[in-house]
Design a protein around this ligand. Structure first.
Ligand code: 5AD
Ligand code: SF4
Length: 531
């Protein structure tokens, strides 16, 4: 029987990787929900299983491969189940993936995600008989030969519709939301697979971005995080907007950086060009009810003082910058094609400290890049001590197919050495993180409350069901909540779950390298009565 009814199908959708993937999942899910699909948390009971994947490191891919193997076994008993791989792995591995794993029914790259509903629908409608017993996969990939290379091809960009189709349902939004400003990347750092999987840099029209933020805030969102691989390169020339059927089309990113290596905006800016600084100012000023505006990730190469000034002047833009430095050695930075020197990076850190003395910084580091010596490692350690990041995400170099580095350099640093270097840097970072966190003890700071802590959730899962505990008065439940400061430090405190999504003042009384512990200013007085 043909399965033409799609609205009685349930989907399990799991996300791997970065915040961009989290947002992609939300948007794809919204589209599928509007078509009547139900979502389930149990892959065992789902009709459609979809993995939104990440290719940045081999480790991330291995997790998906083991899931694919598991589903292969599951499908032997449940042949009607559809397995879809979407996101970066689909684009990177392409049809090869299906040759090796015939249990995969559909593939969709990150540049084609608007097509996921159509791919699922095709698969559900097309049974084995119609395909003569051969299950060909349904595929939507951008493909290396079809990169968007001209303004015209950006004008035909249908992915913008995915962002524009976002569902604005107050019941589905929590206090925080992601909004995309730029897709893709054309910086071609030699180790990085992202330009291959997500394609070149494409910037969304500022009006679309502001409108999306406004609608989210109207629906109760309090905190928005702007997303892009290199947000500070956001650049939209409104004089050159192409509008098709009322939709302002995205624009291809410039090869030339907007303000390369300088402390301020460069002369390429002209009337009608919206820079990242302009965009931040617009969102902040036009949406007074937005409590917090964040953005990730910045490329250290072109971070002008214009951006720092806009943040300084606007209290609701967070004092937090994620500035991935990758290495403290100029030789390695050059091999990585990062486009800045250690001295330029330090200059940026100095400028941030000057403009935003209360800002917290975080970074990403890769250890064991090909040819990295102990001296290079020491230089990275020195840079960590200089910059005093609140935390560093430290990764062991992982050669990725399709990157320049895998072709050009041998992966000559042993895994043991990578591990040791990783631990050395983690230890240094841990001391710095502790110092930074301890400096907050005794202070009262605003905290945006995000969720019930994992500790409380676990305790509740493990606790006996209170409904069957007869003869005992139910003890007053203590809920531990987690939130973040303006500087993105994690704060844990006891409070009522109704505080989630709002900002409260917390007095910090304890610190660990990763977390601040405190109590709500008003609650301190209340609980002192019980002591
Ligand atoms: N190997 C290890 N780490 C990588 N990253 C990106 N590509 C690789 C790779 N091939 C890290 C970088 C980047 C973060 C998202 O992942 O530090 O900033
Ligand atoms: Fe990858 Fe470099 Fe682009 Fe970041 S800037 S996504 S590391 S190529």
């Amino acid at each position: 029987m043909n399965q033409t009814l799609t609205n009685n199908k349930s989907i399990y959708l799991e996300t791997f990787g970065c915040q961009m993937n989290v947002l992609d999942t939300q948007l794809v899910k919204g589209q599928l929900q509007s078509l009547g699909y139900a979502f389930t948390d149990s892959w065992q009971s789902a009709d459609v299983i979809i993995y939104n994947t990440c290719s940045v490191r081999e480790h991330a891919e291995n997790k998906v491969w083991s899931r694919v193997g598991e589903i292969g076994i599951h499908k032997k008993q449940n042949p009607h189940v559809i397995l879809g791989i979407i996101g970066c792995m689909a684009e990177r591995d392409g049809k090869d993936m299906i040759r090796k794993h015939p249990q995969i029914d559909l593939l969709c790259g990150p540049g084609e995600l608007d097509k996921v509903p159509m791919l699922i629908d095709n698969r559900l409608k097309t049974d084995l008989e119609e395909r003569g017993g051969v299950r060909n996969a349904d595929i939507a990939l951008q493909g290396n030969t079809h990169r968007r290379t001209a303004t015209l091809s950006a004008a035909q960009d249908t992915l913008e519709m995915l962002d524009l189709s976002r569902a604005f349902d107050p019941d589905t939004h929590e206090g925080s939301a992601y909004v995309r400003i730029t897709r893709g990347c054309n910086k071609f750092c030699t180790y990085c697979v992202v330009p291959n999987t997500r394609g070149g840099e494409v910037h969304r029209h500022p009006d679309h971005i502001v409108e999306e933020c406004k609608k989210l805030v109207e629906q109760g969102v309090k905190e928005i995080t702007l997303l892009g691989q290199t947000v500070n390169h956001y650049h939209y020339d409104t004089n050159a907007t192409i509008t098709i059927e009322g939709v302002h089309q995205p624009q291809i990113g410039q090869i030339l950086s907007p303000n390369r290596g300088t402390g301020g905006p460069s002369p390429v800016f002209s009337d009608g060009v919206v820079s990242f600084a302009d965009l931040l100012a617009r969102i902040h000023d036009e949406i007074p009810n937005l409590q917090r505006l964040r953005f990730i990730t910045s490329l250290p190469r072109d971070f002008g003082n214009d951006i720092l000034q806009v943040i300084k002047d606007r209290p609701r833009i967070c004092r937090y910058l994620h500035l991935p430095v990758q290495s403290g050695s100029n030789r390695i930075l050059k091999l990585m094609n990062r486009g800045y020197t250690v001295e330029e990076f330090k200059d940026l850190i100095d400028r941030v400290r000057e403009y935003l003395p209360d800002a917290e910084l975080a970074t990403d580091i890769i250890v064991g890049f090909p040819t990295e010596t102990e001296e290079d490692q020491q230089q990275t350690a020195e840079l960590l001590r200089y910059c005093k990041f609140k935390n560093s995400f430290i990764f062991k170099y992982s050669p990725r197919p399709g990157t320049v580095a895998i072709d050009r350099f041998e992966d000559d640093i042993s895994n043991d050495t990578k591990k040791r270097r990783n631990n050395e840097l983690l230890n240094i970072q841990s001391e710095i993180s502790k110092e930074i966190h301890e400096a907050y003890v005794g202070k009262t700071i605003p905290v945006f409350v995000e969720a019930i802590s994992r500790k409380t959730i676990k305790a509740r899962e493990n606790a006996a069901d209170p409904a069957v505990t007869i003869g005992w008065e139910k003890p007053q439940e203590i809920t531990q909540l987690t939130g973040r400061t303006d500087g993105d430090l994690i704060v844990v405190f006891d409070g009522d779950a109704s505080l989630i999504g709002i900002t409260v003042d917390i007095t910090i009384d304890q610190a660990s390298p990763l977390t601040l512990f405190g109590s709500q200013a008003a609650a301190v007085n209340a609980s002192s009565n019980n002591a």
